[in-house]
Design a protein. Structure first.
Length: 204
């Protein structure tokens, strides 16, 4: 897979190491899902200093509001090494092995093995770029062919994926030039809690 911009050092601009492990959501934003998100990000060292002061980043609020167990599950694998053909945390992940593992673990939905097959899976609804929600699959043309790379949208223009050999599962910004010009489309499955997938967006 081709080289691409360096990974985000964290999930929002100007991130720093997490504060003390005792820091939780601000009182007016507290709740089981909100706390779970913040605690997970803290454990990965990915919270900005602002969060410790009660200013929860927008993408965290979006994830919490979506109550997406799928996104939380995906973030548990941050730092797992890339391995071509890998589909488990023990052996490592490639891009489609990662999405397949997360969807099966979180939704009980077994996706096809390859990224292009996942993009064409009839059980997933097509989603317009401006309608993306946390948990959607996002696809990119990184090998001069459609749907050659896949990740999971986490909100605020960012996605989590297993990039390439020599790297690890990480979060990057889809708005960066490399990803923006290679975006191929998005797909959505039924999320936890019974929220139905949106109807497919007609092709232009």
């Amino acid at each position: 897979m081709p080289q691409h911009p360096a990974p985000l050092r964290a999930l929002v601009l100007c991130l720093a190491l997490a504060g003390p492990a005792s820091v939780l959501a601000a009182p007016d934003e507290a709740g089981p899902q909100g706390d779970a998100v913040l605690q997970l990000l803290q454990s990965k060292g990915l919270l900005p200093d602002a969060a410790a002061a009660g200013d929860t980043p927008a993408f965290v609020r979006q994830m919490r509001d979506a109550a997406s167990d799928l996104v939380l599950s995906a973030m548990n694998f941050l730092g797992v090494p890339y391995r071509r053909g890998g589909d488990s945390a023990d052996e490592g992940f490639d891009c489609s092995g990662f999405t397949r593992h997360v969807f099966e673990m979180s939704l009980g939905l077994v996706l096809p093995r390859r990224a292009d097959q996942q993009a064409r899976d009839q059980s997933l609804a097509q989603v317009a770029r401006d309608e993306l929600k946390p948990g959607d699959l996002v696809f990119f043309n990184t090998m001069r062919r459609a749907f050659s790379h896949v990740g999971i949208y986490v909100g605020e223009g960012k996605f989590i994926h297993a990039p390439r050999a020599g790297s690890a599962v990480r979060i990057e910004d889809m708005r960066q030039a490399y990803w923006a010009k290679r975006f191929n489309g998005a797909r959505r499955a039924e999320l936890p809690g019974g929220a139905p997938a949106l109807e497919a967006t007609p092709r232009p």
